[in-house]
Design a protein. Structure first.
Length: 744
């Protein structure tokens, strides 16, 4: 396959210029040429698709975008564009499904705004998509956009009603009612469902701010509203309230109006009044004869609030066996063990409490299994940390589950910790949990990321500066500042920032993270020599020899691109010495030697290049490129006999690999370059004969015979003419006469 980087870059540049001038035909031709050179290049396919769209070649554009998606399945742009094309050609169901696929990609990238926009597009094209309306309703609910969430729940109810699934329709309407208990439209919908009448929907909110409702999303992301009113005591407080109602119902409706029931009712009343000590005494009297999980929950919770943690643990452990009481019981157990400085037990129960709450309020795309796996991984990462670290982490999770917005914060924190684990590893998770004012830091990082996704770089940078004020040593915020600088085009400032971050990680002894930062910088500024040298030094100190060798090669290539050929060769030499010292794989050494030989050829030091190619063949006898280069070098030095020897070695490799076309192509190329070489002509004639290309073989033998006659090699010419006659050519009598004249 062609892979000429220079031709590719030239074609892409021509494509960009043509697109700028709106010369779409020229742009299509240029991008097509780029794809011929690099068939798997994602960017070229994206640009070609746009050019095809502009000239109305919709089917071709669809094929190109489909290929672009195959090349990079994680890029939503090809799917978005193909959905747009499908809509234009009237394939609405396929377009709707494509918008759903796009939404899932954005959801995986934590970009809820864009996911919502694509779900909206899908429901616009294909009404009645129950699962998508459910996702929209829950997404709007999470963002605190009540009116939109209510409308989607009522649309969901209407669709279920049309499908004859009235129970599901009723549940959807009741979910809407939780968001606004006095909403007339919802109450009317519920009455309609009860009476069998059709549901009427509220008018859709008018969209503003562009196709993806930027104005609305920007305002909503400034501060996400709580999912619902939350008990400031967190899961424990909310569960205690539920347990009070549960216990009262059991006593009043279950007929337990004996002395234990009276004590339980008295305890409930005292608990409502906040007289905790007396409520505890009443619950303790009742529990001797009334063994109910709700009583255990309330008694255990009150004991925690009264700092009687040892006593609380037994009761909360029993309450945790009841599924509806488990979140609060786990939270209470976590608080009790935290107060007792038993941090391993505390982290276990606090994470179980967070998981229970998270599962109940998760986004529709997140399954309970995924959430459970995430918390299980978190527990593995955190539970064996030093006591001081674990103490700070437990305090962090305990604080997370208090206040007014803990339901919302739990899911956000878990998703951010997942992202941190992927991008920064286990230590990154620990860092953010123990950072100064970590609750505020988590929210600040979330806002920075949202603003950055929306292109609001000034707001994102302002938020980053505020985060640095109260948590100056949390480096991921500084990384985000560097990323924002890059997006704003302040490349040199960004690189300087990244360098400072990497050096800080090095000082901390976090070499893996320093290496990761330096690698990112090199992706943005591949010609930055000092950064690459720092990375090489770091990799060598870690004895990461394979990676160090790759960086040596890239450093030498960088010097080569900058015109420092002597320095480039010296660095390749250092890389080769290191490769030999650490016992690198032969293919890695061969790669380096090829680069050295290329430089020697460019400097016209033919003998050094020849020696290097011979060394390559000693390491890898079947290295085709080395054999091929030696053929040319011997010809250039006027040594055709040696050249033919190297050629025969290469032809044997092709023959062993059953590549007759490669043999033919190489010999044709060499005959064109060296037309007077009889050895080349005879070999090309032989392969033509084997391939039964009679006329081509005769032409080569004719030319060979003339060369032999001119050189006075009559015996060789006689043998050549005999070969021609054996092929039964046209005018065979002429060849026979010539043979007789030569004494044959």
């Amino acid at each position: 396959m062609p892979a000429n980087r220079e031709l590719y870059e030239r074609a892409m540049s021509m494509g960009y210029n043509a697109a700028w001038d709106k010369d779409w035909s020229q742009a299509i031709a240029a991008y097509g040429q780029a794809i011929q050179e690099f068939p798997d290049d994602h960017e070229a396919h994206i640009n070609l698709g746009l050019a095809l769209l502009e000239v109305g070649r919709l089917d071709d554009a669809l094929r190109v975008y489909t290929r672009a998606h195959q090349i990079n399945p994680n890029d939503p742009i090809p799917l978005e564009k193909s959905a747009d094309v499908l809509e234009k050609v009237g394939r609405l169901k396929e377009a709707a499904q494509q918008y759903i696929n796009v939404a899932e990609i954005y959801l995986g990238q934590r970009d809820l705004d864009k996911a919502i926009f694509n779900w909206q597009q899908a429901t616009r094209l294909t009404p009645g998509m129950v699962s998508i309306h459910a996702k929209l309703a829950q997404a709007y609910e999470r963002l605190g956009q009540k009116a939109k969430s209510i409308r989607e729940y009522l649309v969901l109810a209407q669709n279920f009603q049309r499908l004859g699934e009235n129970d599901k329709a009723m549940r959807a309407a009741q979910r809407a009612l939780k968001l606004d208990t006095k909403n007339i439209t919802i109450l009317n919908a519920l009455r309609a469902l009860e009476s069998g009448s059709d549901i009427s929907l509220p008018a859709a909110e008018k969209e503003t701010g562009g196709s993806n409702n930027r104005a609305d999303s920007a305002s909503s992301t400034t501060k996400i509203q709580p999912v619902a009113d939350a008990d400031p005591l967190g899961p424990m407080g909310e569960t205690m309230t539920y347990a009070m109602a549960m216990l009262a119902t059991f006593v009043m409706e279950g007929g337990a109006l004996d002395a234990s029931g009276a004590d339980a009712l008295q305890a409930l009343e005292l608990q409502r009044q906040g007289v905790n000590d007396q409520a505890i005494q009443a619950y303790q009297r009742a529990e001797t004869r009334l063994n109910h999980p709700a009583l255990k929950m309330n008694l255990g919770g009150l004991l925690v609030l009264s700092d009687r943690n040892d006593e609380a643990i037994k009761h909360l452990g029993e309450a945790a066996m009841h599924p509806q009481l488990a979140p609060g019981a786990f939270h209470g157990l976590g608080k009790a063990y935290l107060a007792l400085n038993k941090h391993k037990q505390a982290i276990n129960y606090l994470l179980q409490a967070a998981q229970a709450v998270d599962s109940a309020h998760a986004m529709s795309s997140e399954t309970d299994m995924q959430i459970a796996d995430s918390y299980e991984h978190l527990l593995e990462v955190l539970q064996n940390r030093p006591v001081e670290t674990l103490s700070a982490i437990n305090k962090r999770f305990n604080d997370l589950m208090t206040g007014k917005e803990w339901k919302q914060r739990i899911g956000e924190t878990r998703r951010q910790l997942e992202d941190t684990l992927r991008s920064q590893g286990e230590q990154g998770v620990v860092d953010i949990l123990i950072a100064n004012r970590s609750n505020e830091l988590t929210e600040a990082v979330s806002r920075i990321d949202r603003y950055t996704r929306q292109g609001l770089y000034t707001l994102a940078m302002d938020e980053a500066h505020r985060a640095v004020e109260f948590s100056a040593f949390y480096l991921p915020v500084h990384v985000r500042m560097a990323e924002i600088m890059m997006k704003e085009g302040r490349v040199r400032q960004a690189i300087n920032k990244y360098n400072v971050i990497a050096k800080t990680y090095l000082v901390r002894g976090e070499n893996d993270r320093a290496a990761s930062i330096l690698s990112e910088v090199l992706e943005m500024a591949p010609l930055d020599i000092s950064v690459r040298e720092s990375l090489i030094e770091l990799l060598e100190s870690e004895q990461r020899w394979d990676e160090a060798l790759d960086q040596y090669v890239d450093l030498a290539d960088t010097h080569h691109q900058l015109g420092n050929f002597d320095m480039s060769r010296d660095i390749f030499g250092a890389a080769e010495r290191l490769a030999n010292r650490v016992g690198a794989a032969p293919d890695k050494i061969v790669r380096i030697k090829h680069r050295v030989a290329d430089i020697d050829q460019m400097r016209l030091d033919i003998r050094k290049a020849q020696k290097t190619y011979d060394e390559i063949i000693q390491l890898v006898p079947d290295d085709e490129r080395a054999h091929r280069m030696l053929v040319d070098l011997h010809y250039r030095q006027g040594s055709p006999t040696e050249a033919i020897k190297k050629l025969d070695a290469l032809l044997r490799i092709y023959a062993k690999n059953k590549q007759p076309n490669r043999i033919t192509q190489l010999l044709e190329e060499l005959v064109t370059t060296y037309p007077n070489d009889t050895g080349l002509r005879s070999r090309l004639a032989a392969i033509y004969t084997q391939l039964k290309r009679k006329n081509d073989a005769i032409r080569q033998l004719d030319a060979l015979g003339e060369l032999q006659l001119e050189a006075g090699a009559h015996q060789d010419a006689t043998n050549t003419i005999r070969q021609i006659i054996a092929l039964n050519p046209d005018g065979i009598e002429d060849y026979r006469k010539l043979l007789m004249q030569l004494g044959g």
